[in-house]
Design a protein around this ligand. Sequence first.
Ligand code: ASP
Length: 370
Amino acid sequence: MTLPFATAAAASVIPSRSAFRILAKNTPYPPPDKSMANSLNINPEIFSTIRRSDLTFRIIVHGGAGFWRSDIKLAKVGVEEAAKEGLRVLVKGGCALDAVEAAVVAMEDDPIFNAGKGSALTCLGTVEMDAGIMDGKQLSAGAVALVRRVKNPVHLARIVMENTDHVLVAGLTAERLAKAFHLPTANPVTAKRRQALVRTTRAARRGRVPWLKRNRALLRRRPEILGHDTVGAVAVDALGNFASAASTGGMAMKLPGRIGDTPLIGSGLYSDNWSGSATVTGWGEVAVRLGLSRTVCLRMEGGMSASKAAEKCVRMASNRLRGHAGIIAIDPSGGMAAVHNTAYMPWAYASESMRSPIVHVRGKTVARLP
Ligand code: ASP
Protein backbone atom coordinates (compact mmCIF):
# COMPACT_ATOMS: atom_id res chain seq x y z
CA MET A 1 0.00 0.00 0.00
CA THR A 2 1.32 3.41 -0.88
CA LEU A 3 1.56 5.77 2.03
CA PRO A 4 0.45 9.37 1.67
CA PHE A 5 3.94 10.57 2.46
CA ALA A 6 5.46 8.41 -0.22
CA THR A 7 3.80 10.30 -3.06
CA ALA A 8 5.84 12.46 -5.38
CA ALA A 9 4.13 15.54 -3.93
CA ALA A 10 5.09 14.60 -0.42
CA ALA A 11 8.62 13.78 -1.51
CA SER A 12 9.03 17.37 -2.62
CA VAL A 13 8.52 18.55 0.96
CA ILE A 14 11.41 16.45 2.22
CA PRO A 15 13.98 19.02 3.30
CA SER A 16 16.57 19.17 0.56
CA ARG A 17 18.79 17.21 2.93
CA SER A 18 19.45 20.61 4.50
CA ALA A 19 22.56 22.58 3.77
CA PHE A 20 24.36 20.43 6.29
CA ARG A 21 23.55 17.15 4.59
CA ILE A 22 24.52 18.38 1.12
CA LEU A 23 27.78 19.66 2.44
CA ALA A 24 28.34 16.43 4.29
CA LYS A 25 27.67 14.04 1.44
CA ASN A 26 30.77 12.00 0.68
CA THR A 27 32.99 14.43 2.53
CA PRO A 28 35.87 12.66 4.21
CA TYR A 29 35.85 12.75 7.96
CA PRO A 30 36.84 14.03 10.51
CA PRO A 31 34.68 16.98 9.50
CA PRO A 32 36.52 20.08 8.35
CA ASP A 33 34.36 22.30 10.54
CA LYS A 34 34.16 21.31 14.20
CA SER A 35 31.82 24.19 14.88
CA MET A 36 29.20 22.15 13.05
CA ALA A 37 29.34 19.53 15.81
CA ASN A 38 28.90 22.32 18.34
CA SER A 39 25.94 23.86 16.59
CA LEU A 40 24.25 20.46 16.46
CA ASN A 41 25.20 19.82 20.06
CA ILE A 42 26.82 16.51 19.17
CA ASN A 43 29.76 15.15 21.11
CA PRO A 44 32.66 16.27 18.83
CA GLU A 45 34.57 13.04 19.43
CA ILE A 46 31.71 10.91 18.24
CA PHE A 47 30.85 13.35 15.49
CA SER A 48 34.26 12.87 13.96
CA THR A 49 33.63 9.15 13.59
CA ILE A 50 30.27 9.55 11.89
CA ARG A 51 30.15 9.61 8.15
CA ARG A 52 28.00 12.68 8.00
CA SER A 53 25.93 11.39 5.11
CA ASP A 54 24.79 8.68 7.57
CA LEU A 55 23.00 11.23 9.72
CA THR A 56 19.55 10.46 8.36
CA PHE A 57 16.38 10.54 10.36
CA ARG A 58 14.97 7.43 11.93
CA ILE A 59 12.35 6.37 14.43
CA ILE A 60 11.69 3.26 16.51
CA VAL A 61 8.52 2.61 18.49
CA HIS A 62 7.55 -0.22 20.84
CA GLY A 63 4.24 -1.43 22.21
CA GLY A 64 5.55 -2.93 25.44
CA ALA A 65 7.63 -5.89 26.52
CA GLY A 66 5.32 -8.55 27.87
CA PHE A 67 3.15 -11.59 27.41
CA TRP A 68 1.11 -10.81 24.39
CA ARG A 69 -1.23 -13.53 23.14
CA SER A 70 -3.54 -13.47 20.12
CA ASP A 71 -3.76 -9.69 20.48
CA ILE A 72 -0.13 -9.49 19.31
CA LYS A 73 -1.52 -9.15 15.75
CA LEU A 74 -3.41 -5.99 16.72
CA ALA A 75 -0.34 -4.71 18.53
CA LYS A 76 1.68 -5.21 15.32
CA VAL A 77 -0.76 -3.05 13.41
CA GLY A 78 -0.69 -0.51 16.23
CA VAL A 79 3.10 -0.10 16.29
CA GLU A 80 3.20 0.13 12.50
CA GLU A 81 0.63 2.94 12.52
CA ALA A 82 2.53 4.72 15.28
CA ALA A 83 5.83 4.50 13.38
CA LYS A 84 4.06 5.89 10.31
CA GLU A 85 2.81 8.84 12.33
CA GLY A 86 6.33 9.57 13.50
CA LEU A 87 7.75 9.07 10.03
CA ARG A 88 5.20 11.49 8.55
CA VAL A 89 6.49 14.18 10.86
CA LEU A 90 10.14 13.50 9.98
CA VAL A 91 9.48 13.32 6.23
CA LYS A 92 7.95 16.78 6.35
CA GLY A 93 11.10 18.10 7.97
CA GLY A 94 9.64 18.00 11.49
CA CYS A 95 11.81 17.51 14.55
CA ALA A 96 12.46 14.29 16.47
CA LEU A 97 10.51 15.64 19.43
CA ASP A 98 7.34 16.10 17.37
CA ALA A 99 7.87 12.68 15.81
CA VAL A 100 8.10 10.75 19.10
CA GLU A 101 5.13 12.68 20.49
CA ALA A 102 2.99 11.87 17.43
CA ALA A 103 3.98 8.20 17.58
CA VAL A 104 3.13 7.90 21.28
CA VAL A 105 -0.20 9.73 20.82
CA ALA A 106 -1.15 7.16 18.16
CA MET A 107 -0.51 4.34 20.63
CA GLU A 108 -2.27 6.15 23.51
CA ASP A 109 -5.36 6.33 21.29
CA ASP A 110 -5.17 2.62 20.43
CA PRO A 111 -6.86 0.59 23.22
CA ILE A 112 -4.72 -2.46 22.53
CA PHE A 113 -1.86 -0.79 24.38
CA ASN A 114 -1.48 -0.08 28.06
CA ALA A 115 -1.29 3.71 27.67
CA GLY A 116 -3.99 6.36 27.35
CA LYS A 117 -7.20 4.55 26.35
CA GLY A 118 -6.83 0.96 27.45
CA SER A 119 -4.54 1.69 30.38
CA ALA A 120 -4.13 -1.05 32.98
CA LEU A 121 -6.17 -0.66 36.15
CA THR A 122 -4.96 -0.26 39.69
CA CYS A 123 -6.10 -2.77 42.30
CA LEU A 124 -9.02 -0.41 42.97
CA GLY A 125 -10.13 -0.41 39.35
CA THR A 126 -8.98 3.16 38.69
CA VAL A 127 -6.55 4.40 36.05
CA GLU A 128 -3.38 6.31 36.91
CA MET A 129 -1.29 7.09 33.86
CA ASP A 130 2.35 8.18 33.62
CA ALA A 131 4.16 9.71 30.63
CA GLY A 132 7.42 11.44 29.80
CA ILE A 133 9.17 13.18 26.93
CA MET A 134 12.76 14.34 26.44
CA ASP A 135 14.54 16.56 23.93
CA GLY A 136 18.18 15.57 23.48
CA LYS A 137 19.26 18.90 22.05
CA GLN A 138 18.75 20.95 25.21
CA LEU A 139 18.36 18.07 27.68
CA SER A 140 14.90 19.43 28.41
CA ALA A 141 12.36 16.99 29.73
CA GLY A 142 8.81 16.85 31.03
CA ALA A 143 6.72 14.17 32.66
CA VAL A 144 3.42 13.55 34.39
CA ALA A 145 2.29 10.88 36.82
CA LEU A 146 -0.98 9.61 38.33
CA VAL A 147 -3.07 11.27 35.62
CA ARG A 148 -6.63 9.96 35.48
CA ARG A 149 -8.63 11.60 32.75
CA VAL A 150 -6.27 13.25 30.26
CA LYS A 151 -6.72 11.71 26.81
CA ASN A 152 -3.05 12.00 25.83
CA PRO A 153 -0.70 12.15 28.83
CA VAL A 154 2.32 12.59 26.53
CA HIS A 155 0.93 15.99 25.39
CA LEU A 156 0.73 16.98 29.04
CA ALA A 157 4.32 15.86 29.60
CA ARG A 158 5.40 18.20 26.82
CA ILE A 159 3.42 21.04 28.41
CA VAL A 160 5.31 20.43 31.66
CA MET A 161 8.58 20.54 29.72
CA GLU A 162 7.80 23.72 27.82
CA ASN A 163 5.74 25.71 30.29
CA THR A 164 6.93 24.93 33.80
CA ASP A 165 10.19 24.99 35.73
CA HIS A 166 9.71 21.35 36.66
CA VAL A 167 10.38 18.00 35.13
CA LEU A 168 7.67 15.88 36.79
CA VAL A 169 4.22 16.98 37.89
CA ALA A 170 1.80 14.45 39.41
CA GLY A 171 -1.84 14.06 40.34
CA LEU A 172 -4.26 16.90 40.80
CA THR A 173 -1.92 19.66 39.66
CA ALA A 174 -1.17 17.74 36.49
CA GLU A 175 -4.91 17.44 35.81
CA ARG A 176 -5.33 21.17 36.47
CA LEU A 177 -2.50 21.95 34.10
CA ALA A 178 -4.21 19.85 31.43
CA LYS A 179 -7.42 21.80 31.95
CA ALA A 180 -5.63 25.13 31.78
CA PHE A 181 -4.13 24.11 28.42
CA HIS A 182 -7.49 22.79 27.16
CA LEU A 183 -6.25 19.25 26.64
CA PRO A 184 -9.07 16.84 25.76
CA THR A 185 -10.25 14.50 28.50
CA ALA A 186 -11.39 10.91 28.10
CA ASN A 187 -12.32 7.95 30.23
CA PRO A 188 -9.40 5.57 29.65
CA VAL A 189 -11.10 2.55 31.26
CA THR A 190 -12.03 -0.16 28.75
CA ALA A 191 -14.26 -3.21 29.24
CA LYS A 192 -11.30 -5.47 28.45
CA ARG A 193 -9.25 -4.03 31.29
CA ARG A 194 -12.23 -4.30 33.68
CA GLN A 195 -12.64 -7.98 32.86
CA ALA A 196 -8.90 -8.48 33.32
CA LEU A 197 -9.08 -6.89 36.76
CA VAL A 198 -11.97 -9.12 37.82
CA ARG A 199 -9.96 -12.16 36.76
CA THR A 200 -6.78 -11.07 38.48
CA THR A 201 -8.57 -10.02 41.66
CA ARG A 202 -10.25 -13.43 41.85
CA ALA A 203 -6.88 -15.08 41.40
CA ALA A 204 -5.27 -12.80 43.99
CA ARG A 205 -7.94 -13.65 46.58
CA ARG A 206 -6.78 -17.23 46.50
CA GLY A 207 -3.42 -16.06 47.85
CA ARG A 208 -2.76 -16.03 51.61
CA VAL A 209 -0.43 -13.05 51.85
CA PRO A 210 -0.94 -9.26 51.95
CA TRP A 211 -1.20 -7.15 48.82
CA LEU A 212 2.33 -6.78 47.57
CA LYS A 213 3.27 -10.32 48.37
CA ARG A 214 0.12 -11.46 46.66
CA ASN A 215 1.14 -9.49 43.64
CA ARG A 216 4.55 -11.11 43.70
CA ALA A 217 3.13 -14.59 44.04
CA LEU A 218 0.67 -13.86 41.29
CA LEU A 219 3.40 -12.55 39.07
CA ARG A 220 5.39 -15.72 39.57
CA ARG A 221 2.43 -17.99 38.89
CA ARG A 222 0.72 -16.11 36.09
CA PRO A 223 3.08 -13.47 34.75
CA GLU A 224 0.86 -12.73 31.78
CA ILE A 225 -1.95 -11.24 33.88
CA LEU A 226 0.30 -8.62 35.38
CA GLY A 227 1.87 -8.11 31.98
CA HIS A 228 3.12 -4.77 30.75
CA ASP A 229 2.39 -3.12 27.43
CA THR A 230 3.67 0.41 27.82
CA VAL A 231 4.41 2.39 24.67
CA GLY A 232 7.52 4.33 23.74
CA ALA A 233 9.35 5.96 20.86
CA VAL A 234 12.86 7.20 20.09
CA ALA A 235 13.85 9.25 17.06
CA VAL A 236 16.61 11.29 15.49
CA ASP A 237 15.74 13.96 12.95
CA ALA A 238 17.55 15.18 9.83
CA LEU A 239 19.48 17.72 11.92
CA GLY A 240 20.82 15.09 14.27
CA ASN A 241 18.54 16.00 17.19
CA PHE A 242 17.44 13.10 19.37
CA ALA A 243 14.19 12.70 21.32
CA SER A 244 12.29 10.06 23.25
CA ALA A 245 8.80 9.67 24.70
CA ALA A 246 6.89 7.05 26.67
CA SER A 247 3.42 6.58 28.12
CA THR A 248 1.79 3.94 30.30
CA GLY A 249 -1.09 2.93 32.50
CA GLY A 250 1.57 1.23 34.66
CA MET A 251 1.59 -2.28 36.02
CA ALA A 252 -1.82 -3.91 36.29
CA MET A 253 -3.11 -4.18 39.87
CA LYS A 254 -0.56 -1.67 41.10
CA LEU A 255 -1.30 0.15 44.32
CA PRO A 256 -2.90 3.56 43.79
CA GLY A 257 -0.18 6.21 43.99
CA ARG A 258 2.51 3.94 42.59
CA ILE A 259 4.68 5.69 39.97
CA GLY A 260 6.80 3.54 37.68
CA ASP A 261 9.82 4.26 35.51
CA THR A 262 7.98 5.74 32.54
CA PRO A 263 7.87 9.36 33.76
CA LEU A 264 11.29 9.18 35.43
CA ILE A 265 14.00 10.71 33.26
CA GLY A 266 17.00 8.38 33.22
CA SER A 267 14.92 5.34 34.11
CA GLY A 268 12.09 5.06 31.58
CA LEU A 269 13.55 7.36 28.94
CA TYR A 270 16.58 9.46 28.12
CA SER A 271 17.83 11.53 25.19
CA ASP A 272 20.99 13.50 24.64
CA ASN A 273 22.43 14.59 21.31
CA TRP A 274 25.80 13.48 22.67
CA SER A 275 24.68 9.98 23.47
CA GLY A 276 21.47 9.13 21.57
CA SER A 277 18.05 8.06 22.82
CA ALA A 278 16.65 5.15 24.79
CA THR A 279 13.20 4.18 26.05
CA VAL A 280 12.52 1.33 28.45
CA THR A 281 9.54 -0.93 29.05
CA GLY A 282 9.01 -3.74 31.52
CA TRP A 283 8.92 -3.92 35.26
CA GLY A 284 9.21 -0.26 36.26
CA GLU A 285 10.74 -0.86 39.67
CA VAL A 286 13.67 -2.63 38.01
CA ALA A 287 14.25 0.14 35.45
CA VAL A 288 14.19 2.71 38.27
CA ARG A 289 16.65 0.85 40.48
CA LEU A 290 19.07 0.32 37.60
CA GLY A 291 18.59 3.75 36.00
CA LEU A 292 18.27 1.81 32.78
CA SER A 293 17.74 4.38 30.03
CA ARG A 294 20.53 6.67 31.25
CA THR A 295 22.84 3.69 31.51
CA VAL A 296 22.12 2.74 27.90
CA CYS A 297 22.82 6.34 26.81
CA LEU A 298 26.05 6.59 28.80
CA ARG A 299 27.30 3.40 27.18
CA MET A 300 26.41 4.76 23.73
CA GLU A 301 28.17 8.03 24.54
CA GLY A 302 31.24 5.95 25.31
CA GLY A 303 31.11 4.58 21.77
CA MET A 304 29.11 1.38 22.27
CA SER A 305 26.51 0.58 19.62
CA ALA A 306 22.82 0.87 20.50
CA SER A 307 22.45 -2.84 20.10
CA LYS A 308 25.33 -3.76 22.44
CA ALA A 309 24.34 -1.12 25.04
CA ALA A 310 20.69 -2.22 25.07
CA GLU A 311 21.68 -5.87 25.27
CA LYS A 312 24.01 -5.28 28.23
CA CYS A 313 21.29 -3.39 30.09
CA VAL A 314 18.61 -6.01 29.46
CA ARG A 315 21.04 -8.67 30.68
CA MET A 316 21.68 -6.56 33.77
CA ALA A 317 17.91 -6.44 34.46
CA SER A 318 17.68 -10.23 34.13
CA ASN A 319 20.83 -11.15 36.01
CA ARG A 320 20.79 -8.64 38.86
CA LEU A 321 17.10 -8.16 39.58
CA ARG A 322 15.35 -10.85 37.56
CA GLY A 323 13.05 -8.20 36.17
CA HIS A 324 11.35 -7.95 32.81
CA ALA A 325 12.85 -5.29 30.58
CA GLY A 326 12.70 -4.15 26.98
CA ILE A 327 14.73 -1.33 25.45
CA ILE A 328 14.64 0.55 22.15
CA ALA A 329 17.56 2.84 21.37
CA ILE A 330 19.30 4.85 18.66
CA ASP A 331 23.01 5.65 19.03
CA PRO A 332 24.73 8.83 17.79
CA SER A 333 25.84 7.05 14.61
CA GLY A 334 22.24 6.11 13.83
CA GLY A 335 22.56 2.47 14.95
CA MET A 336 19.20 1.10 16.15
CA ALA A 337 18.25 -1.57 18.68
CA ALA A 338 15.22 -3.34 20.15
CA VAL A 339 16.15 -5.84 22.87
CA HIS A 340 14.07 -7.54 25.58
CA ASN A 341 13.97 -10.49 27.97
CA THR A 342 10.22 -11.16 27.64
CA ALA A 343 8.32 -13.38 25.23
CA TYR A 344 7.32 -10.47 23.02
CA MET A 345 7.91 -6.80 22.38
CA PRO A 346 6.05 -5.51 19.31
CA TRP A 347 8.11 -2.79 17.68
CA ALA A 348 8.50 -0.96 14.40
CA TYR A 349 11.21 1.16 12.86
CA ALA A 350 11.57 3.43 9.89
CA SER A 351 14.29 5.59 8.45
CA GLU A 352 14.71 8.14 5.72
CA SER A 353 15.36 5.58 3.03
CA MET A 354 12.21 3.56 3.79
CA ARG A 355 8.72 4.09 2.44
CA SER A 356 6.96 2.32 5.28
CA PRO A 357 7.98 0.95 8.68
CA ILE A 358 9.27 -2.57 9.27
CA VAL A 359 7.33 -4.30 12.04
CA HIS A 360 8.28 -7.18 14.33
CA VAL A 361 6.66 -8.87 17.32
CA ARG A 362 10.05 -9.57 18.89
CA GLY A 363 13.33 -7.75 18.96
CA LYS A 364 16.56 -9.43 20.01
CA THR A 365 15.61 -11.66 22.93
CA VAL A 366 18.37 -12.05 25.54
CA ALA A 367 18.54 -13.55 29.04
CA ARG A 368 14.88 -14.46 28.71
CA LEU A 369 12.85 -14.65 31.92
CA PRO A 370 9.73 -16.79 32.49
N1 ASP B 1 7.40 0.21 32.84
C1 ASP B 1 5.99 0.34 33.06
C2 ASP B 1 5.73 0.55 34.51
O1 ASP B 1 6.35 -0.11 35.32
C3 ASP B 1 5.23 -0.84 32.60
C4 ASP B 1 5.56 -1.26 31.20
O2 ASP B 1 6.61 -1.01 30.67
O3 ASP B 1 4.72 -1.90 30.58
O4 ASP B 1 4.88 1.33 34.86
